[in-house]
Design a protein around this ligand. Structure first.
Ligand code: SF4
Length: 445
């Protein structure tokens, strides 16, 4: 059957889509890029925050049109929106176009669903904690080109008061290290040049694999070393490290291997210690200042990324001022800001002094405006230097777009290369000549 999949949300969800596609292709079905030609359409949804949930419903309704205007005979909704609202008959009933709702742990049953071995309408919500790890015998069908995400663990053991993910994905389960190494090798054989390790908290990896909770960060370090040595031409990047478990051991490992990207994605969410406490984040402003100082001492080439939430219940002007000062003090290379997204299934919903949306938006804009200036100044430091750049696109004659080790895909700025005759998917050395708010540009060195 012709199958089309639309993936929403985060890198973990993209891996789930690739796993489902891999199973379907292994079962003889064909992946198509045009939903109008698909007999089965799968929407792998995100439901993390209300705007993501709204987007997921819009995309489902958009895809449902192909039941009238295309070849679609079955519409399947998988992922976090389905899981989050599994007990909400209102939402599921409001989408009669959907033939099957599959929760986050039901990906493995996608072939049965597509091949009508399960009667529809169907809802499948196995316990997220029962979800097994990826079957390495079946290759994933990659959605991105040249780089690939590897999920090192499922779920999360933390309890941030604004977050629903532990309910949607279960407690943390780390994949066996050998499985990750094996998968990385098979991805590299497929021509992947960059492997991006992802999880809810990548640096919590291994907590459940070792008896000695103190030494668990050695697990991630040894994983990183093994991946770095396995193929020195392949870049290895971590996303979603946690400030509490990103330690000197991992930083030194990264610093000592050229193909481990000196790229530290550390979502801190806020910087006012009183606010961090209400968010359920187990660190203080001082801890964060010390951490970013440590990273820069141990890895002077470090590039820092973070994400912040503004407008969390009770956020005072003073707490916001602390956050503003903090980004001026740390000077992140890359920074994303979200406004708090309320929902009655969150612990934070019950907190008092919810911040009006317009105030939250105003604070979002103030931080983004400040960061735009910081980002341009930070980018200036690259001018005159030469970096390896992974060539990804050729939008027009004489212009290529790529990324350096300090630019992650899909979230950070890019590198423009003015040249002719470059090959997409290769790594070239570029002398940076110009710096902009988010992007940089250069010529072949
Ligand atoms: S660490 Fe916090 S924000 Fe991240 S997935 Fe876990 S509970 Fe959610």
């Amino acid at each position: 059957m012709m199958v089309f999949i639309e993936t929403l949300g985060c890198s973990r969800n993209q891996v789930d889509s690739e796993i489902m596609l891999g199973k379907l292709v292994a079962a003889g079905h064909q992946r198509v890029d045009d939903p109008a030609k698909a007999r089965v359409i799968i929407v792998n949804t995100c439901g993390f925050i209300s705007t993501a949930a709204d987007e997921a419903v819009d995309v489902i309704l958009e895809m449902a049109r192909f039941k009238e205007e295309g070849d679609c005979q079955k519409l399947v909704a998988t992922g976090c929106l389905a899981q989050r609202y599994k007990d909400d008959p209102g939402l599921l009933a409001s989408l009669p176009e959907v033939d099957a709702f599959l929760g986050t742990a039901a990906c493995d049953q996608i072939v049965d669903v597509v091949e009508d071995r399960q009667p529809t309408p169907l809802t499948l919500f196995p316990d997220p904690n029962q979800r097994g790890f990826q079957d390495l015998a079946i290759d994933r069908e990659l959605i991105s080109n040249g780089f690939a995400y590897i999920k090192v663990s499922e779920g999360c053991n933390r309890h941030c008061t604004y977050c629903i993910i532990p309910k949607l994905r279960g407690t943390q389960r780390s994949r066996p290290l050998a499985d990750i190494i094996t998968e990385a090798a098979s991805l590299v054989k497929k021509g992947v040049k960059e492997i991006i390790l992802t999880a809810e908290n990548t640096t919590d990896y291994g907590q459940d694999l070792v008896a000695d909770p103190i030494g668990f960060d050695n697990v991630l370090s040894s994983l990183a070393k093994k991946l770095a040595i396995q193929d020195k031409n392949v870049w290895i990047r971590f996303l979603y490290t946690h400030p509490k478990t990103l330690g000197a051991g991992i930083i030194k490992t990264v610093q000592s291997h050229d193909n481990l990207c000196s790229y530290y994605d550390v979502p801190v969410q806020h910087a006012a210690s009183t606010m961090l406490k209400r968010m359920g984040r187990p660190y203080t402003r001082e801890d964060l200042i010390d951490l970013f100082k440590l990273i820069r001492e141990l890895d002077p080439e470090a590039s820092l990324r973070t994400t912040l939430i503004v407008g969390f219940p009770g956020e005072t002007k003073e707490e916001f001022e602390i956050l503003k000062d903090f980004i001026h003090q740390v000077r992140f290379d890359h920074l994303g800001v979200f406004t708090y997204s309320d929902s009655d299934d969150l612990k934070s919903h019950g907190f008092k002094d919810h911040v009006p949306e317009e105030i939250a938006e105003e604070r979002h804009d103030i931080l983004m405006a400040a960061q735009a200036k910081i980002s341009e100044q930070v980018n200036e430091r690259h001018v005159g230097k030469i970096y390896p750049v992974f060539v990804e696109e050729n939008p027009e004659q004489g212009v290529y777009i790529g990324r350096t080790q300090f630019q992650a895909p899909e979230v950070d700025g890019m590198t423009f290369i003015y040249s002719e005759g470059l090959e997409i998917g290769t790594i070239v050395h570029v002398r940076i000549t110009d710096a902009y708010e988010y992007d940089i540009a250069g010529e072949i060195a």
